[in-house]
Design a protein around this ligand. Structure first.
Ligand SMILES: [Zn+2]
Length: 416
């Protein structure tokens, strides 16, 4: 077999495309594969598929292909154009690469596998491409994958905010709670940040949403009410977010009490912050011993902590009716605690109670989104934080989007 035939087979080229010649550059360690099509060949219009004669050729283009034994391998061809009576002059589709790509599909598929397994810098080094080319490749893969998703909307979604990099720049994340994928990343955490996600879908699709897990955050609530038909029956205020408000209230009580005690020279609460935040089941014996003492020390912080622990039971009820009865008892206890932060937290939850109790109809939480958050944190760590928000979005979609990232023709090869 000569090298022309070998490369024709390696490239999987079929008629009308064939390898014209192969050049080996020993100095640069390059293999240059020149490809051409048979003369008199007809090609389909890329818009409508109508078979047409060649109108002209554009200048020669070059695509990076899979290496041949450490030699960087490039494919050269002059893409033909056709002149369609309905769609005008267009370049025809090429079997080895997508329009606009500088890589063949097979190279892109390998690059995607490497980029999924390593950080961008390392992947670029392995693939012998630049950092910019690596990002561009990821971006194209993400755009392709997202375009292939179509109009379908997840039935159960989770909405969460995410701080990126330093300086508290926020993003809004929408997750598919069933697939555990990031569906959307919006700039900021405003009403418009979330509204833009819904706006990408027609009204009929938005009606299909069954439940939305979110924090008691007015901007998100407004976006849901404005864009999702029947939102009031679908929004569920996430239990983990609710508990976080109460945990924060316990910490405020501790800080205030600690300050007051210290003024009297009492160090009882010194270095106790994490004891009140940690699940006793996860404490060391030593920590547990000190925590047991603190709990029985008639501290305000102890009372706040007991209130917080009791509230967890709310989500254990089988029905909304029983949960509501429990809530009324808890609310009375909290609002009579004379602990201002606990009273504020209780009133915040009370104002949002109808959509706390929708939990018993839908039984969703943002736990999936929280799991994705840790996956995102790993993606962030691997890139040493993202100063460029566009890179952050691309990386999250790439690793957490559940997308089919591969070029279509490669996917078919694999599936077959
Ligand atoms: Zn056409």
């Amino acid at each position: 077999m000569d090298s022309v035939e070998l490369y024709r087979q390696l490239l999987g080229l079929t008629a009308p495309w064939t390898v014209e010649r192969v050049e080996l550059d020993m100095v640069k360690q390059h293999v240059e594969v020149h490809v051409r099509h048979a003369s008199g060949q007809r090609f389909g219009c890329p818009e409508c598929g109508r078979e047409l004669g060649v109108y002209d050729h554009v200048a020669e283009r070059v695509w990076r292909h899979l290496d041949s034994c450490q030699f960087l391998t490039y494919l050269h061809a002059k893409p033909p154009r056709v002149s369609c009576p309905d769609h005008g002059v267009h370049q025809v589709m090429l079997p080895w690469a997508h329009a606009g790509s500088r890589f063949t599909n097979l190279f892109e598929a390998l690059a995607i596998d490497v980029l999924l397994a390593a950080n961008v810098k390392r992947a670029a080094a392995i693939l012998r491409i630049t950092w910019d080319e690596a990002w561009h490749l990821m971006e194209r893969a993400v755009l392709r994958g997202r375009a292939a998703k179509g109009d379908g909307i997840p039935r159960q979604i989770g909405v969460d905010e995410k701080a990126i990099a330093k300086g508290h720049r926020y993003m809004t994340l929408v997750c598919d709670l069933n697939e555990a994928t990031v569906e959307y990343i919006g700039e900021d955490r405003k009403e418009a940040s979330l509204a833009a996600y819904f706006d990408a879908f027609p009204q009929e699709s938005r009606e299909q949403i069954e439940a939305i897990s979110l924090d008691m955050w007015p901007a998100y609530i407004n976006a849901c009410r404005d864009k999702v038909p029947g939102a009031d029956g679908k929004m569920v205020f996430d239990r983990f977010h609710i508990m976080r408000h109460v945990v924060d209230a316990v910490d405020k009580v501790r800080k205030q009490e600690h300050k007051a005690l210290m003024q009297a020279g009492d160090t009882t609460l010194t270095k106790s912050k994490y004891l009140w935040l940690t699940n006793p089941a996860n404490m060391t014996d030593q920590a547990k011993e000190r925590f047991d003492e603190l709990k029985t020390a008639k501290l305000k912080t102890g009372r706040a902590w007991a209130l917080k622990e009791a509230l967890r039971e709310l989500w254990g009820y089988k029905s909304a009716a029983w949960a509501r009865k429990f809530w009324e008892r808890w609310y009375f206890w909290a609002t009579h605690s004379r602990l201002a932060p606990m009273i504020a937290a209780a009133k915040l939850i009370a104002r949002h109670l109808p959509n706390v109790l929708t939990y018993f109809a839908h039984r969703i939480t943002n736990a999936v989104a929280e799991g994705l958050n840790s996956k995102i944190a790993t993606v962030q760590k691997r890139a040493c934080g993202y100063r460029n928000p566009n890179h952050f979005k691309i990386a999250v979609y790439f690793h957490c989007g559940g997308l089919n990232l591969y070029p279509a023709s490669v996917t078919h090869t694999r599936a077959g």
